[in-house]
Design a protein around this ligand. Structure first.
Ligand code: IMP
Length: 432
């Protein structure tokens, strides 16, 4: 890879992580930074993610592809920690092509990344159905079963697409075996030959993009190229530190960036944590700050809080600084990008959760036991609101209430807020 020296902005490596329950607005921050780096890297997750970018009024939602695809000069890597559904990948490439963007020549997919195959989706659905009311509320994209196969050492990796004939034989065997499990779980079996006929053309298309991305990234590092590591989901959905078992199946923090790319901590650069000015989560699981009733509906409507991947309404609540503080500490966050601050405009006062109360005791961290977190009541401090629109403002021009809100977060979390989202457009962001 040759260094791109055309940009005037300082080129340094950055990691962008979501610090809440996903949907923090990472896509916009990544899009803003993508033309200041040479290589954009996805490290974990899969087509469960949905990164929305609005360019020139046109909305693009990316699921598997790194947001760098929208920048002609960025090379894009899908690292070994990502789980890749060939059909979802090809749909996304087709959508982009229809909009005039064809990133295939600058897209590299790890030969060590695992494939999400039709039986993973069927197993995901069957597992959710079997759980009944206790279901996780997954995106049904087959993510959990695919990571499960990886850890159980029975997965299928992208490198196998180098020999498509042998891959097809293996796929047939996997589908047949998986149907036994799907049947036992009360799910809908996959029609083997139909699934093969559907998946093989996508695999054939994917094959030329498969590469030893770890070596490519090592070379890029030796050439002092800059990286942008694009996190998916959020720290509160992390398989280890999130609200287990209501989590996704990968490490969504800094650890996942390293194991999922093949680079080391020395290559990471600045760690930027993306925090939405309020909280949302999709699916089941404890959510102490949740606003039920009319207020929750109002915030959802104002913030257009409907899933980018599934269209599901997101649960909404006030900002939870217990979660944000925990996420910053876990990931060595250097700076915060605060998104969607404009959605709070017009609130007479803005409550912020600074601690929890569990059985009459004040708690400042996230308890690991679901039973404890489910009983946690938020302790709020109430800040004055503002009515002035934020879009187009400089930092100093922001209303006093908005500046006080930002200052409060910085003081309570101990991390500077360097970006402030003031509207959906690419340019509606204040950079400090
Ligand atoms: P899975 O990742 O599809 O297995 O879903 C597990 C949990 O993570 C569910 O609660 C999903 O709603 C949530 N989840 C997965 N990906 C995202 C995302 O990109 N944004 C928000 N929530 C997500």
């Amino acid at each position: 890879m040759a260094a791109d020296t055309s940009a005037t902005n300082p080129r340094k490596s950055r990691v962008v992580l979501g610090l809440q329950w996903g949907d923090e607005g990472k896509g916009k921050v990544i899009d803003l930074l993508a033309d200041r780096c040479d290589v954009v890297v996805r490290c974990q997750g899969g087509a469960n993610a949905g990164h929305t970018v609005v360019v020139g009024g046109k909305k693009t939602v990316l699921h598997l592809l790194p947001s760098g695809v929208l920048h002609e000069s960025s090379r894009c890597v899908i690292g070994n920690g990502v789980v890749i559904d060939p059909l979802a990948l090809c749909h996304e490439l087709d959508d982009l092509k229809a909009g005039g963007c064809d990133p295939v020549k600058r897209l590299f997919i790890s030969d060590r990344a695992h494939l999400v195959l039709p039986y993973h989706r069927a197993l995901d659905a069957a597992a959710e159905k079997a759980k009944g009311d206790a279901k996780v509320g997954t995106t049904l994209r087959g993510i959990g079963p695919c990571y499960g196969d990886k850890v159980a050492r029975s997965g299928v990796r992208c490198g196998e697409l180098r020999d498509l004939a042998a891959f097809e034989v293996r796929l047939r065997a996997h589908l047949t075996q998986a149907n036994v499990l799907i049947r036992a779980a009360g799910g809908t079996e996959v029609e083997v030959e139909r699934a093969i006929a559907e998946v093989m053309p996508a695999c054939r298309r994917m094959a030329p993009m498969i590469a030893d991305t770890a070596s490519i990234l090592h070379q890029a590092s030796a050439q002092r190229l800059s990286f942008l590591f694009e996190g998916a989901q959020g720290v509160m959905l992390d398989i280890d530190y999130g609200t287990y078992p209501f989590v996704t199946s990968s490490n969504t923090g800094i650890g996942g960036v390293i194991t999922g790319s093949g680079l080391s901590h020395k290559d990471l650069g600045e760690v930027i944590g993306v925090v939405k000015a309020y909280s949302t989560r999709v699916g089941g699981g404890p959510f102490p700050v949740e606003l039920l009733g009319a207020k929750g509906d109002e915030v959802r409507k104002r913030g257009s809080e409907f899933g980018a991947t599934t269209g599901r309404p997101r649960r909404c609540g006030w900002l939870d600084l217990v979660a944000v503080r925990f996420a910053c500490r876990l990931n060595g966050v250097d700076s915060i990008a605060l998104t969607k601050l404009d959605i709070l405009t017009g609130e007479p006062e803005v409550p912020v959760c600074v601690a929890y109360e569990i059985d009459g005791v004040r708690v400042d961290t996230i308890p690991s036991r679901l039973e404890d977190l489910s009983r946690a009541k938020p302790i709020y401090e109430r800040l004055p609101g503002w009515t002035q629109q934020l879009s187009g403002s400089t930092f100093d021009g922001l209303p006093a209430g908005a500046r006080a809100y930002i200052g409060f977060i910085e003081e309570r979390v101990g991390v500077p807020v360097r970006w402030i989202g003031t509207g959906p457009g690419r340019d509606e962001i204040v950079v400090r």
